[in-house]
Design a protein around this ligand. Sequence first.
Ligand code: GAP
Length: 539
Amino acid sequence: MADPKENVQMEKIVSLCKRRGFIFQSSEIYGGINGFWDYGPLGAELKRNVKELWWHAMTRQREDVVGLEATIIMSPAIWKASGHVDTFSDPMIDCKTCKGRFRADQTDEIPCPQKPSKCVNDCHGEKTAPRAFNLMFQTFVGPVQDDSAIAYLRPETAQAIFAQFKNVLETSRQKVPFGIAQTGKAFRNEVTPRNYTFRSREFEQMELEFFIKPDEAVEAIHGSVASVPTTGHPGEPQSNWGWQAWHQYWVEERVRFYEGIGLNRTTLAFHRQTPEELAHYARACVDILFKFPFSKRDEQGELKGEELEGIAARSDFDLSQHARFSGKPMGVFDDELRAAWGKLPKEKSDDLWRRYYDNRKRYLEKSGVAPEAAAKQATEDANGLAKGQYVPHVIEPSAGVDRLILALIANAYSETSKTDEKGKTETNVVLRFHPRVAPIKVGVLPLLKNKPELVAKALAVRDLLRPWMNVYYDDGGSIGRRYARQDEAGTPFCVTIDFDSLGEKPELLNTVTIRHRDDGRQERVAISDLVNWLLPQIR
Ligand code: GAP
């Protein structure tokens, strides 16, 4: 369990989120619904900023990634091909005494319904044997509710990318290596939603499928596959990169993204999945973890962290599955490979042919294809490689929006205390969001609300900034209280319009004070320079 002190921290965060309108319980007036959360005015802005920054970094800033926006309900055949219908399940157990229902792999952490303050192991009730519980939400498409009408709410956004791979390839003028990015809702009927929004039943994902050449193709074209250091950023993408370099690249790119929105490396941890943890088709998977207040601690007392994002090297499994199940080819033709193959020494081409054959045969057999049929298909696939054809492999950075929002709030949360002359101490919350993600970028405050000239100028400043950023106009209460309100919302800058702005000191006419949230520093800026002053700080 997490340290009690840190649970207090979590309680403070949950209470702030409700009080300031970041996160509300879904359907709260009806008692709520477990595992579902709504985002209030500040939360909605924060979430939108995060998704837009991700979209910007992953697509618009790059030549080699394009976007997709697919439906939530898709053909159920997709979930059969992906393996979700057969294997996307958690082991579930019931307690015969307290009637609680739990994940068999998490019994030490689940509150017992009879003794909510205790964990289920204290209940000592007899448990049923674990049984698989499929996490997909089912629904029916059309008016007849029988088995033929069953459909699923997508449990991940990724599969639509694979299913639309050919359409995107043909319409986007991209060539492997390239990626397809998508953000959107995903649904999982988690047995035990927990840790606030961390494990929800409805959540959002930001996923990239980055398609690459199989290593055998890279080797045929370039003579060898580049070897890169196993730590650190490998630099700008190179045409001789194999899956390892691309995987390392995406792990580091994603860490840069987190650093760029205020989560520095010390707040993160990494978990490289062991061979036992990896899916049979996966070559590697690195999870990026954030050290949440509810994370467990290691032997040294360090928070271990919980998963924000997984970056998986998934081989050619996904496209191969959709090719087999749909009967539609998912391979690409690579003229560079075809030309290079013709010039290879026989020994080299035989070696590459054999390695590709072995990989394809292993995949087919693991997917249940009989050995003879697998050998025949793998032979065709390896002969295809020699003619410039292959099924692209994929690197998949897959992140959760809601977990990131919670991480950003936990990371930003801080308290400041001030003691006045009478010895009275006041504690205020400051959310130290990076200006890029902050829900409100700037508070606009007239010094006094009963001076029409101050109010008119403040409203003009608000209207000047509005087309560029989210602005909050506030004229209620003392200036100190208004600063404190903005600190609690995480607003990085406050602009105050005072008598100098009106020309009381003529040299300060049409200037304003900018107050910095984190250190209270103030500086004077001309109104005409405000947009240009603010924009580089918030983008
Ligand atoms: N396509 C791969 C995939 O979906 P995943 O590890 O199951 O992989 C990716 O999910 C990310 O989605 C996780 O790292 C996490 O951030 C988020 N996620 C998964 N389940 C979630 C849940 N129940 N509640 C909130 N976020 C979740």
